[in-house]
Design a protein around this ligand. Structure first.
Ligand SMILES: [Zn+2]
Length: 401
């Protein structure tokens, strides 16, 4: 065989790859349970990344540990019979502080190792390459943002991810978010004996919240601004010298989020003016919206159908660092059920499902779909070209069906 496999050859590769995946099921279940039993929060996923690296190496991948200067990140690659596109499997393995693996990242890490290993078994008959990306700290710092900035995804043609959930869907988007810190410095004085000598930093925080409250009427329906007070003063009998708050500003597109962040900063400056306190604002992590590429969603949708799943389109009303990757590389995120209907992520029920039969069986379905989609992407230059064309153009909002 030379060149790109024909349709018939591709057809034969899929059952072979799925049979290889079935043979890996026990190993994938064991790894998922092991990661679930040893939850590690963002940038501390030392055991999980070591276990994943070891498994990928055993299955023929060249593994770069600590990629992009992040201790717990992984970039692993296996090559096909000749150069061609690189398909990336985007895994996560961080847990939630205090709760454990209640977002199913153990199912992503382990299931994608199995998918990678199954693809490796047919790669000698495929062009291109498969890459497994272990991306740390999805729940906190957004490891993908740093990996992207540092070039870890260079050369990647298309990115596949699945995420735990209670539904059958392909994601059409998610909310972009700008994290924002506001800190005020006033002047302390005795709160009863000489309040007129003080400058109240807490008043400035409260006025910031009130300013944002007034702004709300004028927000687009998709916008969200939510905040907490980090420091509300030092003692009840002292006029607060320092006070601070943290905000999340979200909307369906990154550009609008940046506009709103400026408005929130203006509310803080106005509060500083009103109280005489000094204000410092700083922007934390920015997670972009998820860019939807219908032609790529179609590949996932059609293969899901072949596995017996009718996929819906679904907008995800949360944020993820996958959004940033999706602005740089055509990316798709999908879900096959890994928990009972009605169970949301970041709950005790999701934690339970992550080690239950429903979670492990769902993980293997997700991995099957990933294998099938990857084979189509590696063997169909026309599909890849359509994906690239849509990605270059403005594909936002186009429908799947
Ligand atoms: Zn998650």
């Amino acid at each position: 065989m030379s060149g790109t496999p024909t349709g018939a050859e591709t057809k034969a590769l899929k059952p072979r790859a799925l049979a290889a995946l079935d043979a890996l099921a026990a190993e994938a279940r064991e790894l998922a349970l092991r990661i679930h039993a040893h939850p590690e929060i963002g940038f501390e996923e030392r055991q999980a990344s070591a276990w994943v690296s070891e498994a990928l190496e055993r299955h023929g991948y060249t593994v770069q540990r600590g990629a992009a200067g992040l201790e717990t990140s992984i970039v692993a690659r296996a090559e096909g019979r000749r150069p061609g596109p690189t398909v990336g499997l985007i895994a996560e393995y961080d847990a939630l502080a205090g709760l454990g693996h209640a977002c199913g990242h153990n199912l992503m890490a382990a299931g994608m190792v199995a998918a990678a290993a199954a693809l490796r078994s047919v790669l000698p008959d495929l062009p291109g390459a498969v890459a497994y990306y272990g991306t740390p700290a999805e729940e906190t710092a957004g490891g993908k943002v740093l990996m992207l900035e540092r070039g870890a995804f260079e050369g990647l043609d298309v990115a596949l991810q699945y995420h735990a959930g209670d539904h059958v869907s392909v994601a059409t988007g998610c909310l972009a978010i700008q994290q924002l810190d506001v800190a005020f410095t006033g002047r302390p004085s005795h709160a009863a004996a000489a309040p007129w000598k003080g400058v109240n930093a807490l008043d400035a925080v409260i006025l910031t919240f009130n300013g944002i409250g007034a702004l709300r009427q004028h927000l687009r329906p998709d916008a969200r601004i939510h905040g907490i007070i980090r420091d509300g003063g030092q003692a009840v009998n002292i006029i607060p010298e320092r006070a601070s708050a943290e905000f999340g500003v979200r909307a369906q597109d990154g550009e609008y989020v940046r506009c709103l962040a400026e408005r929130v900063e203006a509310c803080a400056r106005a509060a500083a003016d009103a109280t005489g306190a000094r204000v410092e604002t700083s922007r934390g992590v920015f997670l972009d919206s998820l860019r939807y590429v219908p032609a790529l969603a179609r590949v996932v949708h059609d293969n899901a159908l072949a596995l017996g799943f009718q996929m819906d389109e679904r907008f995800v009303s949360a944020s993820t660092d996958l959004g940033n990757l999706s602005q740089a590389v055509p990316t798709v995120s999908y879900t096959l059920p890994t928990c009972p209907p009605g169970v949301g992520m970041h709950t005790r029920e999701a934690l339970e499902a992550g080690k239950a039969e429903i979670g492990l069986a769902g993980m293997l379905n997700d991995a099957r779909l990933m294998v099938l989609a990857a084979i189509d992407l590696l063997t169909s230059p026309e599909t890849l070209e359509r994906i690239r064309t849509e990605f270059r153009g403005n594909s936002r909002g186009a429908a799947l069906a």
